[in-house]
Every structure is written in C-alpha cells, then in structure tokens.
Design a protein around this ligand. Structure first.
Ligand code: APR
Length: 234
C-alpha cells in the first residue's frame, strides 16, 4: 500500500453496529421504529418537545451500555501511530470514537453527550436526561435546552473545515454508511474531483455510492478496519 500522510475517515452508524448501537436504515433500524418527522426535525421539537427529549434521553442513556469495538480502537491507533494526519469525520452522535482513542474528530451531526441552550447558545456536556424543566446551567432559562444534534433540515456542523480536509487528503475511507444522506454522501465525489486521492469504502454491503469509490471492501467494520489500519501502518 502507498504511504498516505493525510487521511480522512468518514464514519456512519455501521461502525458502531458491532458495539450494539442500532443503525438507522438496516432491518430493525431506528427509522423503522420512529418516524423521522416525529423525532428528528425542528418542527417535531416545536410540536412535541417531550417526545423528542425522551427519544434523545433514551439514546444518551444507551451510551453507558456500549463500548468501542475493534474498528473504533483501530482508528485511534492509526491517529496515534501514523506519520501524518488522520481526521475522523463522523455522522455518528455517539462517543465511541473518543472512547476508542481518536482525538481528531469532527461530529458533523452533533453529539448525544452535549446539549445546547436556545437562548444563550452555550453548548455543554450533558450525560443525564434533559427535559423541558431543565434549566440552562449558564443563563438559567427553561425550557431552553435542546439536544446538540443536527436534525433533518438543519446545517451539519463544520462544513467548511470538512471541505478543506476533503480537498487536501491523499486517502479517503468511508466506513459503515449507507450513502443516503447528504452532504456526507457527496464527500467521495469531492475527493475524487482532485484526482489525487485514493478512495476506499468499507461497508457490510455495497452502499448507494459504492460505484464512486476506487476500492471497496465489504464485510464487518470490526474485521476490515483493523486490517486496513495494519496495512496503512506497515
Ligand atoms: N460493519 C460495516 N457496515 C455495517 C455494519 C458493520 N458491522 N452493520 C451495518 N453496516 C452498514 C449497513 O449495511 C448500512 O449500509 O452501515 C450502514 C448504515 O447505514 P444507515 O443506517 O443509513 O446509517 P448512516 O449512513 O450513518 O446514516 C446517515 O442518517 O438518519 C441520519 O443522522 C442520521 O447520521 C445518520 C445519517
């Protein structure tokens, strides 16, 4: 394998599946059990904030019942040992990359372990339940706190920084994402437009965008990511 010095790894729900976190669009996935328009849009929050807070409280509580798997841990090792830069751009809102040892992480869809005040805009670490009665620790307002999550119809975080990383990388790896949701689904095309970077998809099955990748490896992230990391560090 060529020597890569500037690696961007895009991750989706599939990388956390072997840790026991449900994906969105697989059989039995979250969007089979809940309607997006009931729990994951600004309108849903306005209409029924208790339902939406409850949905995210449940998912936040789940963080305490899951652990990083070999794929998260391998990416942490890659960042630590590569003679170069590794950035994980994740669509996941769990904290398994941090717990797997990665430090250079962009949570483009937000983080379950944070809430944001709609009045004073502060973003704070939050590992407990959050309700409409919970007061903002900064401005004391209530109801004011919302999950620090990018809902459908909202702009993902850090897009400018992500774009510059995509145009500058020499290897782009996508792990465990179905390629259904933009802008992440378009990242591979942006990378390929530079004509210099190699692109690899790792997914259980070919994603919607599999044909855009120069190389595809299909199987479990927990097996394939550690194998790729070993090749990259050889
Ligand atoms: N290893 C590798 N891939 C896996 C594994 C596994 N063990 N298990 C499942 N997958 C693959 C599935 O085959 C599927 O293609 O992971 C992908 C998960 O796809 P989605 O459920 O659509 O999740 P994701 O692509 O992350 O969704 C993107 O959609 O609803 C929004 O905001 C939500 O961030 C999410 C975004």
């Amino acid at each position: 394998m060529a020597r890569y010095r500037n690696i961007v790894v895009l991750t989706g729900a599939g990388i956390s599946a072997e840790s026991g976190v449900a994906t969105f669009r697989d059989a039995g996935g979250l969007w089979e059990q809940h309607r997006i328009e009931d729990v994951a849009t600004p309108d849903a929050f306005q209409r029924d904030p208790d339902l939406v807070q409850g949905f995210y409280n449940q998912r936040r509580a789940q963080l305490f019942t899951v652990d990083p798997n070999p794929a998260h841990i391998a990416l942490g090792k890659l960042e630590q040992l590569l003679d170069g830069t590794v950035t994980v751009v994740t669509q996941n809102v769990d904290n398994l990359h941090e717990r797997g040892g990665s430090k250079n992480i962009i949570h483009m869809h937000g983080e379950l372990s944070k809430v944001r005040c709609r009045h004073c805009s502060i973003v704070v670490e939050w590992l407990e339940d959050c309700t409409q009665e919970t007061r903002c620790p900064n401005c004391s307002d209530a109801p004011a706190l919302r999950p620090h999550i990018v809902w459908f119809g909202e702009m993902p975080f850090d897009m400018e920084r992500i774009e510059s990383l995509l145009y500058a990388c020499d290897l782009f790896v996508s792990v465990g994402t179905s390629g259904n949701v933009y802008p992440a689904a378009g990242f591979v095309s942006a990378v390929r437009s530079t004509g210099v970077a190699h692109t690899i998809e790792i997914n259980l099955e070919p994603s919607e965008g599999a044909s855009y990748f120069a190389e595809t490896r299909h199987g479990k992230a927990g097996d394939l990511v550690p194998a790729l990391v070993d090749e990259l560090l050889e």
